[in-house]
Write a protein that binds this ligand. Structure first.
Ligand SMILES: [Zn+2]
Length: 111
């Protein structure tokens, strides 16, 4: 899971003009936009756990069913055990886990 930010010009209903907006994405979905002029913020109220679940589902869909069943049963347990699993790309996996933790933490702290 990954948070990315992009600055784009969008129409702000408060400023009644096109202004530079800071757009935050969670896994390529817009999670919030903020007008950099009046700081009016629009939150899309994405559910980070739901986005994470969908992402993991996509990643694991090709893995054996046992694993699939496990994370369906308990996402948190699955996440806890995830780093211990000897998957084929430990480095990428570690990076992915760190990104995910950071993203979840940011969301808990209110973006
Ligand atoms: Zn504005």
């Amino acid at each position: 899971m990954e948070i990315t930010k992009l600055d784009v010009f969008l129409y702000c209903s408060h400023c009644q003009d096109e202004t530079l907006h800071s757009v935050q994405y969670l896994n390529h979905k817009i999670s919030s936009t903020e007008c950099t002029n009046c700081h009016r913020k629009l939150d899309m109220h994405l559910n980070p756990k739901r986005e994470l679940y969908k992402e993991i589902y996509k990643r694991i869909v090709t893995k054996p069913t046992r694993l699939t069943q496990e994370y369906r049963d308990d996402l948190n347990k699955f996440l806890g055990e995830f780093p211990k699993r000897a998957l084929s790309k430990p480095y990428r996996l570690k990076r992915y886990m760190n990104e995910t933790r950071t993203a979840l933490k940011k969301f808990k702290d209110g973006n």
